[in-house]
Design a protein around this ligand. Structure first.
Ligand code: GTP
Ligand code: GTP
Length: 436
């Protein structure tokens, strides 16, 4: 965790999203069954030569109703704030433009390392033009072609050279969590209310390099937590709250640093499309998840209100069927005292290890009650399973033919594991492998 952040900046049309996709493309997500998660990403995790990092395409963040010069400026500032390394993309086709020079000037003001990429160098003849780009005032320009994938490896080599070596050590003893959600669902109110109910630990550990603010506190039972807050939105003010991509970016960086994520919904407004997107990101990241329905005080309730809301959540967030739900009010403090215990419980489940013998007993029982699928006279055979990771719990199941493991059977196995072991609040990954 606390992976380095790389941000891509540059004027429009130089190929930022092409380069982003090229770098991100290698990665195959283990879980991709979260509906509602947009594929037009501006934030992704990536890896090069064993270095994991997060990648942001600032070109995808449009601050609505702003002229293009302002947009570029804002994007560059976000990059400067968020990133450990900035990739400044230009295009060899148009030469250096005024807009490129503007971006360069903005980047001079930052002390973050800048790697200059000259894109659209699709052939050998164009290579000689890249030396012109020294004029922008950065180190050696790197010629690449996002479309053809040329030079991207060299670019990545250069990027990882600038990764900080003194990445803050994450605190292993405290449970890290964050609250994410649409604007106005009551995140800040909940943060304050939760802190008000618990003992805040004053510490002299310097703030983190980025924009995140951690608050450490201890619950009544003594368990210590680290609440991760991303101050960006508050700092930037109201205009940004409506920039959906920007709020997604904030959520992503919070998710990235958390063990457990509280997905906050607003009871007053019900479930919106953006709630699903935000929750989808937390699910994909494999974090522990608790669904917190805030502003419960605002509803006129009867005996069915809670059940009805719960059903709506289950219908809209089918992939989060493992996440517990709690109905709270930051205003009246209703049920807020349950939250620390829930976080602790989910965190334990995320780190739960099952011995291979227990695991295989459960699998044998599962197969006995519901035989494995067969086709063309051949039956799927499950030989053995073993847990290979925690956070989230990850199991490898060895079989005769992975293609015969249908989604529905895998789902059945997951449910059997959930019935046998306490995994509430945590996703489970099942990896199916052919036994050699
Ligand atoms: N010839 C060539 N064209 C490229 C290359 N990379 C991107 N392009 C093209 O350049 C255009 C702009 O690419 P994008 O990736 O959308 O550029 P962008 O910088 O993200 O643009 P904005 O979203 O407007 O900021 C597209 O038509 C791409 O196909 C390249 O390596 N060679
Ligand atoms: N009735 C009621 N109002 C609440 C509750 N929690 C928050 N509010 C109100 O909802 C509004 C938004 O609350 P915030 O805490 O600022 O919401 P937020 O999610 O942090 O918003 P952003 O900072 O814009 O992302 C404020 O006017 C709060 O007073 C609640 O439990 N009940």
């Amino acid at each position: 965790m606390a992976k380095p952040v790389v941000a891509i900046v540059g004027r429009p049309n130089v190929g930022k999203s092409t380069v982003f996709n090229r770098i991100a493309g290698q990665r195959v997500s283990i879980v991709d069954d979260a509906p509602g998660v947009t594929r037009d990403r501006i934030y992704t995790s990536a890896e090069w030569l064993g270095h994991e990092f997060n990648l942001i395409d600032t070109g995808g963040i449009d601050i609505v109703d702003q002229p293009f010069v302002v947009q570029i400026k804002e994007q560059a500032e976000i990059a400067i704030e968020e990133a450990d390394v900035i990739v400044f993309v230009t295009s060899v086709r148009e030469g250096i433009t005024d807009a490129d020079e503007n971006v360069a000037r903005l980047l001079y003001r930052s002390d973050k390392p800048v790697v200059l990429a000259v894109n659209k160098v699709d052939n050998q003849e164009l290579r000689q033009d890249i030396y012109d780009y020294y004029a922008l005032g950065f180190d050696e320009p790197i010629g690449i072609s996002g479309v053809h994938g040329i030079g991207v490896g060299d670019l990545l080599d250069e990027i990882i050279k600038h990764f900080p070596t003194d990445i803050e050590p994450e605190d292993e003893t405290r449970i890290r969590f964050s609250l994410i959600g649409r604007p106005n669902v009551g995140k800040s109110s909940l943060v304050n209310a939760i802190l008000g109910e618990n003992r805040v630990i004053v510490s002299d550990i310097a703030g983190t390099t980025r924009d995140a603010i951690d608050t450490r506190f201890a619950a009544a039972n003594g368990t210590e937590f680290n609440m991760i807050d991303t101050a960006g939105l508050r700092k930037r003010g109201k205009a940004y709250e409506n920039a959906e991509k920007y709020s997604v970016l904030r959520a992503m960086s919070a998710i990235d640093r958390s063990d457990v994520v509280l997905v906050v919904l607003n009871a007053e407004e019900g479930i919106r499309e953006q709630d699903k997107k935000i929750a989808g990101y937390a699910h994909e990241a494999g974090r522990g998840i608790i669904i917190v329905v805030n502003k419960w005080d605002t509803l006129k309730k009867d005996n069915h209100s809670l059940n009805n809301f719960e059903q709506a959540i289950r219908a809209n967030f089918a992939y989060l069927d493992y996440a517990p739900i709690v109905f709270v009010s930051a205003k009246s403090k209703q049920r807020l005292n349950q939250i620390p215990g829930m976080i602790e419980h989910v965190s334990e489940n995320q780190s739960r290890r099952i011995t291979s013998s227990t695991l295989n007993d459960v699998l044998l029982d599962a197969i006995a009650t519901n035989p494995t699928p067969s086709s063309n006279g051949k039956r799927l055979r499950i030989y053995y399973a073993t847990q290979v990771a925690v956070k989230p719990p990850t199991f490898i199941v060895f079989v005769n033919d992975p293609d015969m493991m249908h989604f529905s059977y895998e789902r059945f196995l997951e449910n059997q594991l959930r019935n046998a072991f306490e995994f509430s609040g945590t996703p489970i990954h099942i990896i199916v492998r052919r036994r050699k």
